[in-house]
Design a binder for this molecule. Structure first.
Ligand code: DCP
Ligand code: MG
Length: 401
């Protein structure tokens, strides 16, 4: 099946964010970068500055020689990170598979969407412009290689769609350095052979490519024709994972509330293990019946994805903050400080290993039969969430039935 891959890159990203905060910069030659006296370099150049030859990674002193009126803005990285995160979450809401490549660049696989890729890209482009006031360029193609080059070709504020089957034709007139993997060295070898465009590579006999580039030859030939089978791979690196329940009716029984905590920990623990992550900080969210909400957090002794370890901290937070008899409307459990799990196994104590094996088996069963199939005995006292299915157990009256 032919895939539909979108590539997006924000235009002059750091500069565009600066323009948001100081609209007087718009249209002017300016750049975000370090001071020339401190051997600063340019991070991002506005398109007006690029007309003078100013580019990213250029020493600021050189940029000022090219464009004496260049306005220099000091970088504010925290802010760029926040804007990037907003745009990336918009993309993640819109597409099932999003692979973020850098602070301002991502691939989206929208093959399952029946709409044409260019329509999806145009929609997202205007959403980002409308909601986040930032300009983007888009490439649409049947693979990552061609989509990324299409973005480059259309910059700034572009949208270039390459119809399936016409990848080679699209690439042919472009300079060889636009191909991934063609650095200055390869470019030199190609130039010596009179090869300047991607089409020149495609036309070159296979045996000559092989002679010049060895085993890279065939790869270069297929790349020049616009062939690329790499999948778009969503990075599974959330910042935190959480789960919460709002109750149909407020709950004031401690055992019932603690049973919900067990369920929430199981849910979060399962997702941690799915992502192959461990968390170092545990958060409890508790909303009283009058809607006042408290958030309390504590650190784990070591990063963990093991339910009983997380539950131990959650329970302690709950017991320290819950006021006996006071009705609760919502409970939530979150884990942050996520990182790949590192468990230094004590060679003589394999209990954690056993526990992890058990949890993984439970996760697999849940995947096959649905979430409600396996619970630890202690959480079998079920509580009905607002959007839940079954009412609470008998003997614990405050649930809506
Ligand atoms: N960046 C940097 N140093 C570099 C290259 C980039 O600090 N050598 C930062 C600043 C850029 C951001 O990363 O704003 C994104 O890089 P891009 O290569 O996408 O460059 P721009 O977004 O600035 O411009 P373009 O419109 O070409 O994408
Ligand atoms: Mg960019």
């Amino acid at each position: 099946m032919q895939r539909t891959i979108l590539h997006v890159d924000l235009d002059a990203f750091f500069c565009s964010v600066e323009e948001l905060l100081d609209p007087s910069l718009t249209g002017r030659p300016f750049a975000v970068g370090g001071q020339p006296g401190q051997r600063g370099v340019i991070s991002s150049a506005s398109y007006a500055a690029r007309a003078f030859g100013v580019r990213s990674a250029m020493p600021t002193a050189q940029a000022l020689r090219l464009c004496p009126d260049l306005v220099l803005v000091s970088p504010r990285h925290g802010m760029y990170g926040e804007h990037s995160e907003r745009v990336m979450s918009l993309l993640r809401e819109a597409a099932p598979v999003v692979e973020q490549l850098s602070i301002d660049e991502a691939f989206l696989d929208v093959s399952d969407d029946p709409r044409p890729g260019s329509e999806i890209a145009a929609h997202l482009k205007s959403e980002i412009r409308l909601r986040h006031k930032l300009p983007t360029s888009w490439g649409v193609a049947s693979n990552k290689l061609v989509a990324k080059i299409a973005t480059e070709v259309g910059k700034p504020d572009g949208l270039v769609a390459v119809p399936g089957g016409r990848e080679g034709e699209f690439l042919a007139p472009l300079p060889v350095q636009m191909l991934w993997g063609v650095g200055p060295k390869t470019q030199q070898v190609l130039a010596a052979e009179g090869i300047k465009t991607i089409g020149d590579i495609a036309r070159w006999p296979a045996h000559r490519l092989q002679a010049a580039f060895g085993e890279r030859g065939p790869e270069l030939a297929s790349t020049a024709l616009g062939v690329d089978t790499r999948p778009v791979v969503a990075e599974h690196q959330p910042k935190s994972l959480s789960a919460e329940r709002t109750f149909a009716r407020d709950i004031h029984s401690q055992p019932a509330l603690e049973a919900v905590l067990v369920e929430l920990v199981e849910e979060v623990g399962q997702r941690l293990r799915e992502h192959d992550l461990a968390g170092s900080t545990v958060r409890l969210k508790l909303r009283w019946s009058d809607f006042t909400t408290i958030l309390r957090q504590a650190s784990l002794p070591q990063p963990s994805s093991v339910d009983p370890e997380i539950l131990g901290v959650v329970r302690a937070l709950f017991q320290a903050n819950w006021k006996p008899g006071r009705p609760v409307r919502l409970l939530g459990v979150g884990v942050s400080g996520l990182q790949p799990p590192v468990r230094q196994l004590d060679l003589f104590d394999r209990t954690w290993e056993r526990e992890e094996r058990l949890l993984r088996a439970v996760d697999q069963i849940r995947q096959r039969f649905g979430d409600q199939s396996v619970h630890r005995a202690s959480s079998l006292r079920r509580v009905a969430p607002v959007d839940g299915e079954s009412p609470g157990p008998p003997g614990d009256p405050p649930y809506k039935t």
